[in-house]
Ligand binder design. Sequence first.
Ligand SMILES: [Zn+2]
Length: 254
Amino acid sequence: MLDLIDSHCHLDFDAFESDRAQVVARAQGLGIHQIVIPGVEAENWPRIETICHYHPQLHPCYGLHPYLAEQHSDDDIRKLRDWLAAHECVAVGECGLDYRKQQADRQVQMKYFAAQLDIAQAANKPVVIHSVRATSDVIDAIKAYPGLRGMIHSFSGSFEQAIELIKLGFYISLGGAVTYQNAKKIRATAAKLPLSCLLLETDAPDQPDAAHQDQRNEPAYLVNVLACLSELRNESAEHIAEHTTANARELFGI
Ligand SMILES: [Zn+2]
């Protein structure tokens, strides 16, 4: 029986409102014994807390997602500090930068990102980072926080950037994107990175693997990411599971 951790799954989202317990049970049945839930906005933190309270195998993170940068306020930064002082969590996030055109102003995103890096460092917590077309700015930002650790979720940068991030103390998290045949760059990167720096995730309900394209993603599908990596890396699923689970336990203290 495999022992896996989904290192990034938005189980608090409305997409799971009607069947969350079954979704968790399906994952457990396939060996995905623990799930890390990142926070995206202040409004959702209480829901994450409640969900994790009822399912001890689920682990909360609290943060402000760059997607919603236009909706966050300076007050949310203060709220995050207060919330972390009063609530258990395994990491700060997800936070970061997203430079796709439709996303918020880069300076606004950077303000919230830097504030959360400050908070994570002060709280001595790892940080969960979202980075899309922004990896060089993310690397520059975290260089200002020596000793800060964390993960780059759904990594989409280059092999060289991954190595730089690993040297800075970060794990590289891989999800459904690697299962797409045409995702040549990330597949090549996933094939050659050291196992000692990899995590597995689904990012459910988003980013389904190729077999579930256009469907709701769920943590049970982590086994498809694992099977794909096993093929790409020519290593057994058991071997990859053992290392990525140990990595997640180490990073999140779970
Ligand atoms: Zn996410």
